[in-house]
Design a protein around this ligand. Structure first.
Ligand code: HEC
Ligand SMILES: [Cu+2]
Length: 485
């Protein structure tokens, strides 16, 4: 009887405990962000890309004053190509806005008197008609103020929503607003702001001069440029974002569109965490994250080894032919235990099914020389063309014309013709760092080409005897001399 009582008691206690637990769980789920108390006023810090304002940390919710100016201005899309951008705050993407959940944002949008058109702003972080568009429609030389409370934490796109909406977005009218959760996002070492956008010009990709917007191409979604931060090379060379080995890096990545979804990827990194679509859901260990037009993602990762990590839209022709390529430069100590670099290079005979290593002694190299006989110039040109079309063509193009701002020309290249040993060295070992070819600067990466000495001699002879170059006949011996240096 006593025992039964005890069991009964235990049962009741356990019921109480579980119901209590359920209650507190529910309480967390229904925190009413609409009722978060707003204490004091502050001016919002606004930054242009690739930088972001300081984290909110554990500050309380405030009345946050945001002043944004619309500026229509000419800028550079790529070398020699100008474009008339319409901007929020003077940059594409527009100024980054950083808030916390529960803030009361008082937003003033001013339209510079020199501008030609009315504009407005639709912030995806707003709960209200048009995301603010209806209340912010403003003519040149005027300003409008409206306010909204940030109810949902996340990373949100804002954009102009004035008709024709597509045209205003295509001209660069988009940016990001971050609403941090209570207490802020977990701290990291470096934070950057990146936004992809597609552009449509009357002229073809790379055609020089001031290029007007092309509505027909925009409707066909046939982009001439797909870029990060408003222009080709906005995030490469000296504009690259940086970090040190061992640091954690967070990227706030948005996609303004207007049309194309981004397959965002960092070559040589894996995202440790992705806030999928900019919301609360965290996915881990992600290679490529999909960012829809009008959407965003927060990604973070620790950089473990030094090097240049290439940011791309992995719809890869956009990266190498339309500009969707940026760089993260990581400096610090090599960590061979994590990444070795080339350890061994060998000759691979598929028919034999074994990998034989090439002994690195002068003697055997000379033996190889003796075996391979120099061919006639005609045969070299024929074989060299084959190598070129298989190996070099993708970057330097069929007529050696290259691709502006990405791949230097081999046709009439002063750089090529000035120094044959240097050119052989580039094909053997690859090349990075700034070079000037025919007066234009290039600062990119040519990977080392895995070609035999004979193939290098053939392709270099072909290149030197094509497209107005100086007709050097490159022998296998010349290639070996460069290799052995
Ligand atoms: C993946 C793209 C790519 C491939 C493939 C490639 N290159 Fe390059 N090449 C480049 C880049 C990028 C540069 C500029 C490197 C820099 O900025 O430092 C370059 C530079 C050069 C240069 C010196 C600059 C000039 O224009 O004279 C030569 C010569 C050259 N490449 C020849 C070749 C040959 C020959 C092949 C084929 C065997 C080849 N490349 C394959 C991308 C490539
Ligand atoms: Cu607009």
């Amino acid at each position: 009887m006593k025992f039964l009582k005890l069991v009964c008691l235990l049962f009741i206690v356990s019921l109480l405990v579980t119901s209590c637990k359920n209650e507190s769980k529910q309480e967390i789920a229904i925190v009413d962000t609409a009722n978060i108390y707003v204490k004091g006023t502050m001016d919002a810090e606004l930054t242009s890309p690739p930088f972001v304002p300081a984290p909110v940390g554990n500050r309380s919710a405030k009345k946050l004053l945001v002043n944004m100016e619309i500026i229509e201005k000419e800028g550079t899309m790529t070398d020699g190509v100008q474009y008339l951008y319409w901007t929020f705050g003077g940059s594409v993407p527009g100024s980054f806005i950083r808030t916390r959940v529960g803030d009361l944002v008082e937003f003033t949008l001013s339209n510079h008197p020199d501008n030609k058109l009315p504009h407005n702003i639709d912030l995806h972080a707003v709960t209200g008609p048009g995301g603010g568009a209806e209340s912010s429609f403003v003519a040149p030389g005027h300003e409008k103020t409206f306010s909204f409370k940030t109810l949902n934490p996340g990373l949100y796109v804002y954009h102009c929503a004035t008709a024709p909406v597509g045209m205003h977005i295509a001209n660069g009218m988009y940016g990001l607003i971050l609403v941090e959760p209570e207490g802020g996002l977990p701290p990291v070492d470096k934070e950057y702001y990146i936004m992809q956008g597609d552009f449509y010009t009357k002229g073809a990709t790379g055609e020089r001069g001031l290029q007007p917007f092309d509505m027909t191409k925009a409707i066909k979604e046939d982009a001439d440029y797909v870029v990060f931060n408003g222009a080709v090379n906005a995030l490469t060379g000296d504009n690259a974002i940086t970090a040190n080995v061992g640091e954690t890096v967070r990227l706030f990545v948005g996609n303004g569109g207007p049309n194309l979804t981004s397959s965002f990827h960092v070559i040589g990194e894996i995202f440790d965490n992705v806030h999928v679509e900019g919301g609360d859901l965290i996915n881990k260990n992600v290679q490529t994250t999909s960012i829809p037009a009008g959407g965003a993602a927060i990604v973070d990762f620790k950089v473990e080894v030094p090097g240049t990590f290439i940011l791309v839209d992995h719809a890869i022709f956009r990266a190498f032919n339309k500009g969707a390529l940026g760089m993260l430069k990581v400096t610090g100590e090599e960590k061979k235990s994590l990444y070795s670099g080339v350890k061994q290079e060998g000759i691979y005979h598929p028919e034999g099914g074994t990998i034989q290593t090439m002994p690195e002694t002068k003697e055997t190299k000379e033996k190889v020389v003796a075996v391979v006989k120099e061919k006639s110039l005609l045969k070299k040109l024929k074989d060299g063309k084959q190598v070129y079309m298989n190996t070099c063509f993708a970057c330097h193009q069929a007529e050696g014309q290259g691709i502006p701002n990405a791949f230097p020309p081999l046709a009439k290249s002063d750089y090529l013709n000035a120094d044959v040993n240097r050119a052989i060295g580039i094909v053997l070992n690859g090349k990075t760092g700034e070079i000037t070819v025919n007066g234009k600067k290039y600062n990119s990466v040519m990977t080392r080409q895995t070609l035999t000495e004979e193939e290098v001699a053939d392709v270099m002879t072909y290149v030197y005897n094509s497209w107005g170059n100086n007709k050097t006949n490159v022998s296998i011996k010349m290639v070996q001399e460069v290799k052995n240096k």
